[in-house]
Write a protein that binds this ligand. Structure first.
Ligand SMILES: Cc1cc2nc3c(=O)[nH]c(=O)nc-3n(C[C@H](O)[C@H](O)[C@H](O)COP(=O)(O)OP(=O)(O)OC[C@H]3O[C@@H](n4cnc5c(N)ncnc54)[C@H](O)[C@@H]3O)c2cc1C
Length: 388
């Protein structure tokens, strides 16, 4: 368990703890000992995916799969990200962006075909909304479909930054349709990555989220049957609602990264001596530790409150924006302080903090940048949208 300054965990029931406790054992045993090597190599530990399936982690919050409460799910995300943000990203894309899209907007046949194997980790999914020209503002995305005489669709376009893409068997592709095609606006399509006309390639030379399989997807005359369209996903709203649930896992995950950095810093300053005494005894060091405890504790409180609002069906997407914005910024502050407190050692990949610091740069960008969430909150409190 990480820092629990406000004794929050003593209020968490056994049933809400169990998933995160099992998750922690698995990631500490199977990934933590090699995470620095994976990070240097830019490699995702694919071998751990079936174990995530056995744990019930993949699709955990979905009814009929794990039925995990928002709190249980959030705590599990925290444990994944305590080891590396790439693990939580994998699980939250598979769960919130792929399985949830199919569960909520798919046909009975699509659910039957994909959900059980995605839950077992036998299939891996990715979610392709972002394009080279469309990130914060996906409404104008350019991937297009053409409906053919036999009812099938042809997809053409270029997706970028799809997490899990090079590992995936299935891509949820968001594309524009035309009115004469019997559908209008943005729609989601379930496209097997082995489909002719679909090419996946890795985004190379990243300095952040290195163990995550960030990918580009090129679609050129890619044909899918009419049944590939998610029937209930009409417009951009369904994609955004899945992203909202993924953000909930980010705001919990960020706490795990921050706690890992805090633990490393505390361990270091209580062991290392300079000027004849422990670093921990200097007032300036204690001030930094206090700032870290403050940032982590406020993030934990916020996350716990959002979980309880979600549990009772009252959570608004603007509140999730607040949580994502706050907890990622708080984790960045903690990681920066921790890196400095470790001195030169702090830049080594084996000392965890620099890896988390770099990963947190991605958290501040994906699923809505800090600025985008600022404007969401601004529009909510003023009634005036600053976007357009
Ligand atoms: C590692 C990684 C994994 C990702 N995984 C996925 C995935 O699985 N699927 C997927 O579809 N996408 C994914 N993304 C893409 C991610 O969601 C986008 O990067 C994000 O939405 C931002 O878009 P952009 O990078 O195009 O930046 P831009 O939208 O170009 O923004 C650039 C800068 O301009 C600022 N800005 C933009 N608009 C405004 C405004 N109105 N006011 C003020 N400032 C503004 C932004 O805050 C930012 O600082 C991933 C990204 C990364 C880095």
């Amino acid at each position: 368990m990480g820092l629990d300054y406000l004794d929050l965990m003593s209020d968490v029931s056994e049933s809400d703890r169990v998933l995160s406790e099992k998750t922690r054992l698995v990631v500490e045993r199977d990934v933590l000992p090699r995470v620095a090597d994976l990070y240097e190599a830019g490699e995702f530990p694919r071998d751990v995916v079936p174990t995530f399936g056995e744990l019930g982690l993949l699709g955990a919050p979905l009814a009929g799969f794990g039925n995990a409460s928002p709190l249980a799910w959030g705590l599990a995300c925290r444990e994944l990200e305590r080891v590396d943000s790439g693990l939580r990203s994998f699980v939250s894309v598979q769960t919130c962006l792929v399985m949830e899209a199919i569960e909520r907007f798919g046909s009975h046949e699509q659910r039957e075909e994909w959900l059980p194997r995605l839950a077992r980790g036998e299939s891996i999914g990715c979610f392709a909304l972002t394009e080279p020209g469309h990130g914060s503002d996906p409404a104008g995305l350019e991937t297009r479909t053409t409906r053919l005489a036999d009812g099938s669709y042809r997809l053409d376009g270029h997706k970028r930054w799809s997490t899990n893409g090079t590992l995936a068997d299935l891509a949820v592709i968001w594309a524009q349709t035309a009115p004469e095609q019997g559908a209008k606006g943005i729609r989601g399509f379930l496209v097997p990555t082995a489909s002719p006309g679909l090419t996946v390639r890795p985004v190379e030379r990243k300095l952040s989220l290195r163990i995550s399989a960030s990918s580009e997807i090129l679609l050129s005359d890619c044909r899918v049957p009419g049944s590939a369209m998610l029937p209930a996903a009409v417009g951009l709203g369904p994609a955004l609602s899945c992203l909202n649930d993924a953000r909930f896992s980010i705001l919990w995950g960020a706490i795990g990264a921050a706690e890992a950095c805090y633990d490393a810093a505390l361990q270091h300053v209580t062991a290392r001596e300079q000027f004849g005494r422990k670093l921990a005894g200097f007032q300036l060091v204690q001030e930094q530790l206090a700032e870290m405890v403050d940032a982590i504790s406020s993030s934990q409180l916020l996350a716990a409150r959002l979980a309880s609002l979600k549990e009772s069906g009252r959570l608004r997407h603007q509140q999730v924006s607040l949580g994502k914005r706050h907890n990622v910024a708080a984790a960045q502050l903690v990681a920066r302080r921790a890196r400095a407190l470790l001195g030169a050692e702090g830049i080594l990949v084996d000392r965890v903090v620099m890896r988390h610091l770099c990963n947190l740069e991605t958290l501040a960008t994906y699923e809505g940048t800090e600025q985008v969430h600022t404007l969401v909150i601004g529009a909510d409190v003023t009634g005036i949208s600053a976007f357009r």
